[in-house]
Design a protein around this ligand. Structure first.
Ligand code: BGC
Length: 822
């Protein structure tokens, strides 16, 4: 069965749109300058001001993209955690992305959220991007297709999106200030392209402008790209929200087309904006334009009286089972990149030796603003324990890559006590982990930023292991740490060189004390944090953590234990992973190696057991130096809360791993584009249009696994193709032994033009077939695939001439070819 991926944006009748516009104009007419300016600056970390005088409720926004955190940054209010965006893109399935979006809209409504701060459609320009896991792909076409599905899905639930980060926020180093020098062709053909596709096909109700500069202008002030390209050329009619703290100039931002400066309450809009209008520096008409965009959003999501929301409550999609969808996406996203002698699926009834720290403590999501707190997590150990007969599974840690301090959790019972300047207790907070993350108004009951003077994390700790336990702190400010009645640390942590406040929040924890403890013996613990009331940070919040590291066992001993278990079992499954300090928001990676002794573990286990299957738990590429030494390699991404259940589904063959690589996996030494470090504040995108597979092709280099690759559990024979106009029809047959889904990929090769990529993805289609069954898919090639951006005329040129159309299973496994002359 050929899949159709044709869900349209929610169609609005012109009459409904006109009625909303009328309500917007009526509301605007009733506002004075101060109210208008107030509306454009955040009231809190996540909310805008309500204006009851015009029947306007408060618009609430929340991250995004794999779940909806809500306005509270705590585990108290759990959220469904879907697989990482790289995983969603690995499904190559727009309709699945739409269903993910619809689930997130349901989550948003449950949490009172009107706008989801997602999707992230920046590109994987280099494998070193620290936030790579949060974007879809190195390819603008695939990114645009998945992003379109996602936005349609969220908005079909009546919730807005902010497609982000507009534009060229493709790395994290110095992200607040970096001036990305992007040649116009690359800007149009690569970095703007997904935004353009999504605006055209999904009509997003919002966009988020990035921190960085593009060609000398900071993005929140980039009038050419915002007013000129986004609104002028593409017809975007949504709201333009700044990334958090990206808005830095009242006049620059309003003139540049920025509608909303987030977060509040201290922003460059509000009072400073009203003053700028009164001083004659800004025309009131510019303020009105921004307010109109905000009111239009409010009308669309249903918080402006007198306007019908785009999706009436009666038209909301039927309730979606979040757990089932998370599991489905995970297994559809797993990419089987190697499967010697059909090592997978596991068919025998023999025993399985599972190893790897992440098999027990799964890394299900990437760090930073994308973090959500799921109600539960199914680890690989949980998933396999549930799926295998009793006694068939053993587990050994093998290697623990995170010899880092992590928020106090296992064995701790903690709460947070809030005191005023006199030392009197004014409130208490529940603390499931040692993390205090109270941002904006999100404070314990009865506590305000004005009265709060100090916060103490206090409680007990009962160790699981005897030995030297390490305790530490994370976050800036003064701390007193007491363990077992003794003060172990009393000092001040400055922000150091971290210019990015998110890096300060989420960045490196600091070791403060080593204490010898005995397993099972409970000790009292306290971390007191007096607040620095002199600093007027733009972000109102109390963010710090008590962190802990249990005694480490000898690394060689751990490996030996895992090897012994692997030798005794029929199959060994090794789960390797990155850690939060490798892949997170706020910084880039310095290498692609697996941290700790994980490579040694894989090699040792593979030497002991020929049926070794490696599961890679990372959001983006890592080097796999042992990949030819093991039977199978399954890339599992950050698989979301149901990842372990999905893993059991595919390892044991209930389902096939359906993913195809959305990005090239290769070693850093051979990767063609690796620079993320600005020089003199500038980062040159000197590779032009050659990133990802386009760059690997150009360099003649061979990656470990190419873009588009993924094996699944059946075989496919590509039988024939025909090209009629821009439509390519492909007949293929499932020549393997079980039903499967193939992703038919169509690449366009402009012949004889070194300025253009040797091949580019021009379309794809999913096809499901039973063994022996043939299926036909038709892929329409978009006009844009034949166009290039002409830097001289500032316009698209349709490039006539001879093209080769190549069809196959990946960018390098091409089975059919035809010539097309246009
Ligand atoms: C991130 C955005 C996010 C925002 C709010 C920023 O640091 O870049 O993607 O939406 O924070 O959490």
């Amino acid at each position: 069965m050929a899949e159709t991926q044709s869900t349209e944006p929610i169609e609005q009748t012109p009459a409904a749109e006109a009625a909303r516009e009328a309500a917007v104009e009526a509301a605007l007419g009733k506002l004075d300058l101060d109210a208008k300016a107030r509306l454009l600056g955040g009231r809190t970390m996540w909310e805008l001001h309500a204006l009851p005088e015009i029947g306007l409720g408060s618009l609430v926004m929340s991250d995004g993209p794999i779940g909806v955190r809500g306005v509270r940054w705590t585990a108290d209010d759990p959220s469904v955690a879907l697989p990482s965006p790289t995983a969603l893109a690995a499904t190559w399935d727009q309709d699945l992305a739409r269903r993910a979006g619809a689930l997130l809209a349901q989550e948003a409504r449950r949490k009172g959220v009107h706008v989801l701060l997602a999707p992230t459609v920046n590109l994987h320009r280099t494998p070193l991007g620290g936030r790579h896991f949060e974007a879809y792909s190195e390819d603008p076409y695939l990114t645009g297709v998945i992003g379109t599905g996602y936005v349609r899905g969220v908005q079909s639930g009546g919730v807005g999106t902010t497609v982000k980060h507009f534009v060229a926020n493709d790395a994290e180093t110095d992200r607040f200030t970096v001036d990305n020098k992007v040649p116009p062709r690359a800007l149009r053909e690569l970095y703007l392209a997904p935004f353009e596709t999504i605006v055209e096909n999904a009509r997003p109700w919002g966009i988020m402008t990035a921190y960085n500069q593009v060609n000398g202008v900071t993005m929140t002030e980039h009038r050419d790209l915002v007013e000129g390209v986004l609104r002028g050329e593409w017809g975007f009619d949504g709201v333009n929200v700044s990334d958090w703290m990206a808005a830095r100039s009242t006049t620059g931002d309003i003139e540049g087309g920025l509608d909303v400066a987030m977060p509040g309450p201290r922003t460059v809009y509000g009072e400073p904006l009203a003053a700028a209008v009164r001083a004659g520096e800004v025309a009131e008409e510019r303020v009105d334009r921004a307010v109109r965009n905000v009111l239009r959003l409010a009308a669309r999501v249903g918080v402006l009286d007198g306007a019908d929301p785009v999706v009436a409550p009666a038209d909301l999609p039927a309730p979606i089972d979040g757990e089932a969808l998370a599991r489905e996406i995970a297994r559809r996203a797993f990419v089987l990149v190697r499967n010697e002698n059909r090592a997978l699926p596991l068919t025998g009834t023999g025993t399985v030796a599972l190893t790897g720290a992440a098999a027990r403590d799964a890394r299900i999501l990437g760090g930073g603003s994308a973090t959500v707190f799921p109600a539960h997590v199914v680890s690989p150990l949980d998933g396999l324990t549930a799926a295998l007969p009793e006694g068939a599974l053993t587990y050994a840690v093998g290697a623990d890559p995170s010899d880092e301090l992590a928020p106090a959790e296992k064995g701790f019972t903690l709460r947070a006590i809030c005191r005023d300047a006199t030392g009197a207790v004014i409130g208490e907070g529940n603390l499931p982990t040692g993390q205090v993350q109270w941002i904006g108004d999100d404070l314990p009951e009865g506590v305000t930023h004005e009265t709060l003077d100090s916060v103490e994390i206090t409680g007990t700790f009962t160790p699981r292991e005897s030995g030297e336990h390490v305790f530490g702190t994370r976050g800036p400010g003064a701390f007193t740490l007491t363990v077992d009645g003794t003060v172990r640390y009393d000092g001040v942590q400055t922000m150091g060189s971290a210019s990015d406040p998110f890096e300060a929040f989420f960045g490196a924890p600091a070791e403060r004390a080593k204490v010898a403890l005995t397993a099972g013996e409970t000790v009292e613990i306290s971390l007191n944090h007096p607040l620095d009331r002199r600093t007027k940070a733009p972000l109102q919040g109390v963010v710090f953590s008590l962190v802990h590291l249990a005694p480490r066992r000898d690394a060689d001993e751990l490996i030996a234990e895992a090897v012994a278990a692997a030798r005794a079992a029929e199959t060994a499954v090794v789960v390797v992973a990155t850690t939060e300090s490798v892949e997170s928001e706020g910084f880039d990676r310095t290498d692609l190696r697996l941290p700790g002794r994980q490579d040694d573990l894989v090699r040792a286990v593979a030497a002991a057991n020929p049926n070794t299957v490696v599961v890679v738990n990372s959001g983006s590429p890592v080097e796999l130096p042992w990949r030819e030494e093991v039977a199978a390699v399954l890339l599992g991404w950050f698989p979301g809360q149901e990842g372990g259940a999905a893993l059991a589904d595919v390892l044991l063959g209930a389902e096939e791993p359906g993913g195809r690589l959305p990005t090239t996996w290769g070693d850093l030494a051979s990767a063609p584009v690796t620079d993320t470090t600005p020089k003199g504040g500038e980062l040159a995108y000197s590779e032009g249009v050659f990133i990802g597979y386009r760059a690997w092709d150009k360099a003649g280099a061979t990656p470990s696994y190419p873009f588009g690759h993924g094996l699944g559990y059946t075989d496919w024979t590509y039988e024939s193709m025909t090209v009629e106009g821009p439509a390519v029809t492909v007949r293929l047959r499932n020549s393997g032994g079980r039903t499967g889904r193939e992703v038919v990929q169509v690449y366009l090769a402009p012949t004889g033009d070194p300025e253009r990529p040797a091949r580019l993805l021009a379309g794809f289609a999913g096809a499901v077939a039973a063994p022996g069954e043939s299926v036909e898919v038709t892929v329409e090639l978009p006009r844009r695939a034949f166009e290039t951006w002409d830097e001289a005329t500032h316009s698209w040129t349709y490039r006539t001439g001879t093209y080769e159309i190549r069809v196959g299973r990946s960018v390098t496994d091409l089975r059919l070819r035809e010539t097309l002359v246009v």
